[in-house]
Design a protein around this ligand. Structure first.
Ligand code: COA
Length: 323
């Protein structure tokens, strides 16, 4: 009998500080209208001193465990999707594990940039399907504003901070039906942050740590690639577009989301959109959208959900879920 991973709880946590488009107008040469028209973003949450990727992730994790009706002692796997870890090591997963007090379980970070949540979900699902793990906490957490170049209007308006968490439990009932994970390192020049341990920090503010992106090229690739993964996912499950109840996409740009919905012939009423409130929170974004969709009562048990994401690397992926 196949073992499925079933979602039994979700949670999210956003920093209290909000930065609106009007706030950005004071920092760079931009305007609210341009940002809303080109991205759909109205505001984003920004971590303040004392808030880190692990503190955000820990709060989201506690909420998800509470919803699932279990404690940290019940989980045996903790995976964090992040591209903005607190430290090089210990991993953010280990830091969150310390906060939860669940020593001894498997804990690791997965870095797949904006596809981090889908990658983390995919990895956790495989662990559960193997039969060796029964309950997983899958977290997507980011403090991207810590590596934004606040002088670059083409990128600084896009990103925000936040965390989301999903509890997965082994079940005979579906469940995650399939996950599809891909990467292509050939276009690394289009989206990157090029400092690190072995290449070294630069003699620049913030050690030279900043996101650089050729926006329109990334945009085109994202739209094309997401169209392909949607087809691949449906085909692998022998499903039609009309079998999907909800599209829960990575929240980078409303125009990318709309284009993907169009490819699925889905009305925007069946698409969860949070990019207006959160901006692009990278690995946290799909989980944040899922949590909001569940809490708002839109998504109901038994619905078929298509989660998808595209991000730096490039990486991309999808998860088809019977909720
Ligand atoms: N405010 C005002 N004008 C801006 C601006 C801003 N914040 N940012 C860019 N512009 C200007 C550009 O300088 C350019 O001006 P020019 O024509 O005089 O040179 C013009 O707006 C158009 O720029 P362009 O980059 O072609 O805009 P776009 O329609 O592609 O939108 C993005 C830019 C970044 C919003 C869009 O490309 C995007 O969302 N890309 C993908 C993001 C993404 O998915 N990331 C991936 C995964 S994390």
């Amino acid at each position: 009998m196949r073992i499925y991973s079933r979602i039994t709880g979700t949670g999210s946590h956003l920093p209290a500080k909000i930065m609106t488009n009007a706030d950005l107008e004071k920092i760079v040469d931009t305007d609210d209208q341009w940002i809303q028209d080109r991205t759909g973003i109205k505001q984003r949450h920004v971590a303040v001193e004392g808030e880190t990727t692990s503190t955000l992730g820990l709060e989201a994790a506690k909420k998800a465990l509470k919803v699932a009706g279990i404690t940290a002692d019940d989980i045996d796997l903790l995976i964090v999707g992040t591209t903005t870890p607190d430290l090089i090591f210990p991993s953010t997963a280990c830091l969150i594990q310390k906060g939860l007090g669940c020593s001894g379980i498997t804990a690791m970070d997965v870095n797949a940039a904006c596809s981090g949540s889908i990658y983390a979900l995919g990895v956790a699902d495989k662990f559960i399907q193997s039969g060796q793990h029964k309950r997983a906490l899958v977290i997507g957490a980011e403090t991207l504003t810590r590596m934004v170049d606040w002088t670059d209007r083409t990128t600084c308006v896009l990103f925000g901070d936040g965390a989301s968490a999903i509890v997965l439990e082994a079940s005979e009932e579906p469940g995650i039906l399939s996950t599809h994970l891909h990467a292509d390192g050939m276009n690394d020049h289009l989206l990157n942050a090029t400092v690190g341990v072995s290449t070294g920090l630069k003699n620049e503010p913030n050690g030279g740590l900043k996101i650089r992106m050729k926006g329109s090229e990334v945009f085109k690739t994202a739209v094309m690639t997401l169209g392909r993964i949607v087809k691949e996912t449906l085909k692998a499950n022998d499903m039609k577009k009309t079998d999907i109840d909800w599209l829960i996409p990575h929240q980078a740009n409303l125009r990318i989301i709309t284009a993907t919905a169009k490819k699925l012939s889905m009305s925007m009423d069946q698409v969860i959109v949070t990019v207006d409130k959160h901006g692009n929170t990278s690995a946290a974004s799909v989980g944040l959208a899922l949590d909001e969709a569940i809490k708002s009562g839109k998504v109901a048990r038994g619905d078929v959900l298509l989660l998808e994401a595209f991000g730096g690397g490039f990486t991309w992926g999808s998860a088809l879920i019977k909720y």
